[in-house]
Design a protein around this ligand. Structure first.
Ligand SMILES: C[S@@+](CC[C@H](N)C(=O)[O-])C[C@H]1O[C@@H](n2cnc3c(N)ncnc32)[C@H](O)[C@@H]1O
Length: 282
């Protein structure tokens, strides 16, 4: 992996190959249900056609890669997380899917053999240290005029599903730095002007944004404990907890439980989420 990992992205690689990647892999099925509404909006915007070659960037455990491969017959998922990609490969084998996978940093991966018609990503492109450079490399995997369509979270204020648990966690955590909005992470692409600039610098054109608003049931219909478990795996909370001792983690868990209890309704803890669906052409 080291020869295809960019130094600047090493921190993300450690995160997605460490506990976070393992936790995401463990909850993959509920995660895919949670993000189902976003996937539908993404596929509607991407409109994959039979026979088209698709690349899925930051494909994780492969949900969108498998879906693309089922629709087109040809999809390559690229991800830097070994545990998540292992799950993707397992699922492809189980499903007899034609999807292929590559374990690599998308910033350095040699896409020249691909000549894809479509590139998609469900929340896999906000983690690049130098995004314009990474997108310039991604563009090399596309035919001239090919489509790019990806989902990225909008501002935290529009994402209570992430911020309600995080705000509860902050009550029990030592003082945390402000969320690093323009740094690699779940909110790095909240600012559409910045995203447009990144894509245009990387050589993409016809950049367009639509908003996708969804309700995300972080309990997956299974009640409060499931919601608390899920909340601890979510971006800002999971990152803030990663270097905390067990005693603090236990206090945070209690605080999140108390907060989410007030939101529980018929086994669900449904909170709002808002993403950009970004489209462009190579
Ligand atoms: C939020 S997860 C999304 C995973 C998947 N697309 C999904 O929706 O379930 C972000 C993914 O991006 C991957 N990722 C982050 N930076 C990457 C990079 N530079 N190259 C390849 N994958 C990357 C991570 O390993 C992780 O699997």
């Amino acid at each position: 992996m080291s020869e295809i990992l960019d130094d600047a992205n090493a921190k993300q690689s450690a995160y997605w190959n460490g506990e976070a990647g393992r936790r995401w892999t463990a909850v993959q099925e509920s995660q895919d249900r949670l993000l189902g509404g976003i996937s539908s909006a993404l596929f509607e915007a991407a409109a994959p056609e039979p026979g088209e070659a698709v690349i899925d960037v930051g494909c994780g455990a492969g949900d969108t890669t498998l879906r693309a491969a089922a629709l087109t017959g040809r999809a390559l998922g690229v991800d830097m997380s070994e545990p998540m990609l292992a799950r993707a490969r397992e699922r492809a084998a189980e499903a007899g899917s034609p999807a292929r996978f590559a374990l690599a940093d998308a910033t350095l991966y040699d896409f020249s053999a691909e000549a894809a018609d479509l590139m998609i990503s469900r929340f896999g492109v906000m983690f690049f240290a130098e995004p314009a450079r990474s997108f310039a490399n991604l563009r090399r995997g596309l035919k001239a005029g090919a489509r790019l369509a990806f989902a990225a979270w909008r501002h935290p204020d529009r994402n209570p599903w992430l911020m309600v648990p995080y705000t509860a966690a902050l009550k029990r955590l030592p003082p945390q730095p402000p969320l690093p909005f323009d740094q690699p992470g779940p909110f790095a692409f909240h600012d559409d002007a910045r995203v447009r600039d990144i894509l245009e610098t990387a050589g993409f054109s016809d950049v367009a944004f639509t908003t996708c608003e969804v309700e995300l049931d972080i309990a997956d219909g299974k009640g409060l404990e499931e919601a608390v478990d899920k909340a601890l795996t979510l971006g800002p909370t999971s990152r803030a907890l990663s270097d905390q001792p067990e005693a603090v983690r236990a206090e945070v868990r209690e605080e999140i439980r108390a907060t989410l209890a007030g939101r529980l309704n018929a086994g669900k803890v449904a909170l709002g989420g808002t993403a950009w669906i970004v489209r462009a052409r190579a």
